[in-house]
Write a protein that binds this ligand. Structure first.
Ligand code: ASP
Ligand code: MG
Length: 466
């Protein structure tokens, strides 16, 4: 029997209207699919509010979390009152109230302790999804869809790496099947919390910010589902950010590797851990728009080697600083790169892009601007001797740069792409500071001055064949 897993993101459950729309989508899907599982995020902004409450409480503020509790109650109750007749509100109302009192108790404890552990943060930030499932379930009941709210703490077993837990696949599979199959056989739609799981001992964990997509993938794999549909607030994955280039279009198809590159380079389309398990098992993965459900959206496919077309999408990461370690004394000296990135790693900074000149006289890479000072200090420390002996001339920084990444699996079969990119930029008078090409040849990244970022995106977007 065919199984469909659908995930609704924060904006898809962000208001009474959005929830009604999502519920209609579930009802329509149920007419086509014998088994439908729904995964939901917290209402948009709720996870942020919960975490803000926890952090302010830890910092000694005993008021903010209480006012956040009031706001959250109003927000959830308004939805219930708008959507449901009074008699149908009571269960969801009671659930929301119970979670809000748990929330206040947890924040109070954090406030007394003056510290929020990762475990406490997970207990607190999990509450948004634990409330939202009741809103959607109640709305489904109202339109005649039999649904049951389920906390993923019953299904997804994880390690105890709080705030970014990893699921334990076989335990998750057996628990999920044991709990959900009987519901699905009776035609009941399980409405499952995204984002969260629990350790074997039952302690709540979260899968990391944006983790509800990943939850949908985990459940799809556990149930051997046929398709996963991620419902969001845009028409699938776009060629670029439409705020930068209004001519941006929805992509009909994107390979696993292309979307991974896009996710890595800042386009927040899907949680990066979502895609691999699903696509590798041949489960169809779609990104669709709750507010425009007639559009087919974007399908994510396996890398198949026959990709046509060259440039598919272009994306930016802003707020970077480019660092350069250079010196004639580096020529042919092994270990300089390892020491450079070892020093960076000790500062827990992640490097977005690396290039090394073939003369081996410089290594250049980018880090988020906020980390630059710390990284420079670490590098000066690591290379103190070489700097004194002038084997390394300098560790220098260029501030305010932007990375522009061009993605397309077909680029590797198409000669001259880099040339066309440079010509397009040159024609606009835009200067490229450095360039890196991934060895997969599926992406090319350019460093440009921050003021040239949007112009570079538009110039390159013009090369995408429409
Ligand atoms: N509510 C969680 C977050 O905001 C998970 C999600 O929305 O995917 O990060
Ligand atoms: Mg998301």
């Amino acid at each position: 029997m065919k199984t469909l897993v659908m995930k609704f993101g924060g904006t898809s459950v962000g208001s009474a209207d959005a929830i009604r729309q999502s519920a209609e989508i579930v009802r329509a899907a149920q007419a086509q699919w014998p088994r439908v599982v729904v995964v939901v995020s917290a209402m948009s902004g709720v996870t942020d509010a919960l975490l803000k409450a926890a952090h302010t409480a830890a910092a000694g503020d005993a008021d903010t979390f209480r006012s956040i509790a009031v706001e959250l109650r109003t927000r959830h109750f308004t939805v219930l009152e708008t959507l449901l007749p009074p008699a149908a509100q009571s269960r969801a109302r009671a659930e929301v109230l119970a979670y809000l009192s748990e929330f206040e108790a947890l924040c109070h404890a954090v406030n007394v302790l003056g510290e929020a552990s990762a475990r406490a943060l997970d207990a607190i930030s999990s509450l948004g999804e634990r409330m939202s499932i009741h809103l959607l379930t109640a709305c489904l009941g109202l339109i005649g869809v039999q649904a049951e709210p389920i906390e993923a703490t019953e299904l997804i077993v994880t390690d105890d790496h709080y705030q970014s837990a990893t699921p334990i696949v076989d335990l998750t599979r057996s628990r999920t099947q044991a709990r959900l199959n009987s519901l699905l056989e009776r035609g009941v739609v399980p409405v499952v919390t995204g984002f969260i799981g629990a350790t074997e001992q039952g302690v709540v964990t979260t899968l990391g910010r944006g983790g509800s997509d990943f939850s949908a993938a985990i459940l799809a794999v556990a149930l051997d589902a046929d398709e996963v549909w991620i419902w969001t607030d845009v028409d699938g994955v776009m060629t670029t950010d439409p705020r930068i280039e209004p001519k941006a279009q929805t992509l009909g198809e994107l390979t696993f590797r292309e979307i991974s590159e896009l996710a890595y380079y800042g386009a927040k389309v899907l949680h990066p851990k979502t895609i691999r398990p699903v696509v590798e098992r041949g489960i169809a993965l779609w990104v669709k728009n709750t507010f425009n459900p007639q559009q087919p959206g974007t399908r994510i496919i396996k890398d198949n080697g026959h990709v046509v077309g060259s440039i598919k999408a272009v994306t930016v990461i802003r707020g970077q600083t480019m660092l350069t370690v250079e010196g004639r004394g580096m020529l042919g000296v092994p270990g300089v790169a390892a020491r450079t990135f070892g020093a960076v790693a000790r500062t827990h900074t992640s490097v977005s892009l690396i290039t090394q000149a073939s003369s081996e006289q410089s290594i250049c890479f980018t880090v988020p601007a906020a980390a630059a000072a710390t990284v420079i200090a670490a590098l000066r420390d690591e290379f103190r001797r070489e700097l004194e002996q002038q084997d390394i001339d300098d560790v220098s920084a260029m501030e305010n740069v932007t990375i522009v990444t061009v993605v397309g699996a077909g680029m590797r079969h198409t000669p001259g792409i880099a040339g066309r990119i440079f010509s397009a930029l040159g024609a606009q008078g835009l200067n490229v500071i450095a360039i890196a090409q991934g060895s997969s040849e599926c992406s090319i990244s350019l460093i440009v001055d921050a003021t040239d970022g949007d112009g570079a995106v538009r110039a390159i977007h013009g090369l995408i064949a429409s």
